[in-house]
Structure formats: structure tokens, C-alpha cells
Design a protein around this ligand. Structure first.
Ligand code: NAD
Length: 329
């Protein structure tokens, strides 16, 4: 497979490595508005440096990997899809529900493959949680938290005109994870405030899932890199599932039964965070011509989820029911 990478920043450079590591896959070009970044990322694997997406698409890649700042994701995805090129896009799919719907409709009309970079769905720690849930552990309530990063690295993270807003950038990962583990969300209540940045960098939510599960989620963008950066605790019938970052999963099955802990900290980072797996799944899906990872619909649902959180925050925590966009199927 011939891959073009659009964006050569911290994540773009990482994806150049992840894609280059898949047998039978060649990164043919790397594009970035910053010429030096494009050149050094391309030189590392003998690819062609490009100044923009059009030039990258002229190299006729089978797929492009979109790793530019969030505000550009929808337009870049649509431009590639319209040229018949498959898309692997970093989160979020878009920074408005309307743009996310446009991307989804383009995916459906062109028949191209689209996968979103929700890497947590491939991380061993969360696959372990999902196996417990599909194995029959029911969840009544829980808590999730995320304090991933510092909104200064890179600087545009703290500018909602580029990021779409903190919740579109970072919280979206755990919101999608919540949906993937517990199913659709029925109702959101969200309080948010601006603490250290002009953007709302603290948010606290109450989530009611269609299953009946109740989850409290808190997230902030100013605790820097204090571990664990994220944590999930789910509670069932005298049972508990607790994760600490990508490193540990502890399961207590019932009263008077010992907790069992699985430790993933020895896994190399690309495997522990699911990056290597999501990229392999995408390449395999291209070979089959059939989606294998998080789809355009999953990506739209996550954008709708974030939009509902912002709507609730705008009304000081009033409940917002999620009404998913009806797909023409
Ligand atoms: N899944 C994850 O764990 C994860 C982690 C980090 C970042 N991301 C996502 O990856 C994307 C990139 O984030 P990053 O941390 O690499 O940011 P970054 O700032 O390090 O890199 C972005 C790159 O895009 C380039 N760029 C900006 N505007 C451009 C344009 N119009 N045309 C071409 N190039 C342009 C910049 O020069 C920069 O090199 C974001 O969407 C972010 O949400 C995902």
C-alpha cells in the first residue's frame, strides 16, 4: 500500500514510523506547511516531502493519514475522499457536527475507506475491559478521568479556533471509549470553566448511557503529565473494573474474591497505546476493502457527544439528550 502522511508534527512523525513498520506498506510522501518538518520526516524513510495536500495527492497514494491540526480534518478528509483515496484521520473527525456529517456523507458516496484514530479501542488495557464486559460483567455506575497533557504542547491545543475546543481535542478519546465500552449515551450534563487558559480547560460531566449505566467524567488540560493520565472505574454487582492509564487493569469479580491485576507496562509504547494495532487494522481493511476499525459513523457519534457536552455547558449543566443523526440506510 502507498501511504501519504499529511502533517509532520509530533503525531505525524510517529505515524510515519507506525505505517512504515507495516509489511507491504510504503510511505511515499509527507506533507507539511513547515517545509523543514516535511523534509526531515520524509528523509527518515526516503519519501517525497510535499508542501501541501494537493501535491501529496499527486503522488497517487492509496490512502492519506491526516495528522494536521483539528480544524483542517474535515476539509482534508473530503478532498482526499473525492479523489478516491482512503483516509485514516486523527481525532476529531471534525470540529462541528455539520462538518462531521459532510465527511460521513462523502465516505458513503465515494465508497472509500475511512478510519478514525481512536487508538484506545486497540490498547490492550481497554480491550481487556471490553472482554470483561462482553463476558457478562454488567456496569451500574462508574467514574472516568483524563488529565492528558498541558494544552501548550503543541501551542495550538489551547486555541479553540484551531483545536475546536479542549473537549474536541482530548476528552473525545474517553467519550468515545465510554461509548465503545458501555454503548450509546442517552443524556449528558456538563459543567465547564476556563481556569488556566482562555478555552474551557476544566469540565465535569454526568453521563447516562442507554444501558442505564451512570458515569461521572472529569477532565482538565492543565495538570501536565501527572500519572495516571487517565483512569476508568466501573462498578457492577459487587464487582469492580479499574484501569490506571494504559498500564494496569484490575478486576474484582465478586464479594470475597481476590482482585486480579494485569500489567501492560512492559509493552512498547506503540503497542501499549494501540497505535501499531490501529494502523495494521487499517492496512488490512484496505486490502479487504471493508472497514475494520472505528468507522465514519463512530467518528460522527463522538463529535455529536462532544457537541452535546458543549451545549449542556453553555446552559450551566442542563441535561441534553443525544439525538443521533439518522443515517440513510
Ligand atoms: N491519537 C492520539 O493519541 C493523538 C496524539 C496527539 C495528537 N493527535 C492528533 O494529531 C493531530 C496533530 O497533532 P500534533 O500533536 O502532531 O500537532 P503538531 O502541531 O505537532 O503537528 C501538526 C503539524 O501540522 C502542520 N500544519 C499545520 N497546519 C497545516 C496546514 N494547513 N497544512 C499543512 N500542514 C499544516 C504543522 O506545521 C505541524 O507540523 C491533531 O489532530 C491531534 O488531535 C492524536
Amino acid at each position: 500500500m502507498r501511504i501519504g502522511v499529511y502533517g509532520a508534527g509530533q503525531m505525524g512523525a510517529a505515524h510515519v514510523r507506525h505505517f512504515s513498520a507495516v509489511p507491504g506498506t510504503t510511505v511515499v510522501g509527507v506533507a507539511d506547511a513547515d517545509e523543514q518538518r516535511a523534509r526531515s520526516a520524509a528523509a527518515a524513510i526516503g519519501a517525497t516531502p510535499c508542501p501541501d495536500l494537493d501535491t501529496l495527492l499527486e503522488l497517487r497514494p492509496d490512502a492519506v493519514v491526516i495528522v494536521v491540526p483539528n480544524i483542517h480534518h474535515a476539509a482534508a478528509s473530503i478532498a482526499a475522499l473525492e479523489r478516491g483515496v482512503d483516509v485514516f484521520c486523527e481525532k476529531p473527525m471534525a470540529t462541528t457536527v455539520e462538518d462531521a456529517r459532510r465527511v460521513l456523507r462523502t465516505v458513503e458516496r465515494t465508497g472509500c475507506l475511512y478510519q478514525l484514530g481512536f487508538n484506545r479501542r486497540f490498547a490492550p488495557v481497554y480491550i481487556g475491559v471490553r472482554e470483561l464486559l462482553t463476558g457478562g460483567v454488567g456496569v451500574f455506575s462508574g467514574t472516568m478521568k483524563m488529565n492528558d497533557g498541558d494544552m501548550r504542547t503543541p501551542a495550538w491545543f489551547s486555541d479553540p479556533k484551531i483545536s475546536g475546543g479542549f473537549m474536541y481535542d482530548t476528552a473525545i478519546h474517553l467519550l468515545d471509549l465510554g461509548r465503545w465500552l458501555l454503548g450509546p449515551v442517552q443524556e449528558v450534563r456538563c459543567l465547564a470553566r476556563s481556569s488556566c487558559y482562555p478555552d474551557q480547560d476544566d469540565a465535569v460531566m454526568l453521563l447516562r448511557f442507554t444501558s442505564g449505566a451512570l458515569v461521572a467524567f472529569s477532565t482538565c488540560g492543565h495538570a501536565t503529565w501527572t500519572a495516571p493520565l487517565e483512569r476508568v472505574e466501573f462498578f457492577g454487582d459487587h464487582a469492580a473494573i479499574v484501569t490506571e492509564g494504559f498500564e494496569r487493569l484490575t478486576y474484582t469479580p465478586a464479594r470475597d474474591q481476590p482482585a486480579v491485576t494485569r500489567d501492560f507496562s512492559a509493552f512498547p509504547v506503540p503497542e501499549r497505546l494501540g497505535y501499531a494495532q490501529e494502523v495494521r487494522v487499517f492496512i488490512e481493511a484496505m486490502g479487504r476493502g471493508q472497514a475494520g476499525g472505528p468507522t465514519a459513523e463512530d467518528a460522527l457519534r463522538a463529535v455529536e457527544f462532544v457537541a452535546a457536552c458543549y451545549r449542556s455547558a453553555a446552559t450551566d449543566g442542563a441535561p441534553v439528550r443525544l439525538v443521533p443523526y439518522q443515517l440513510d440506510r
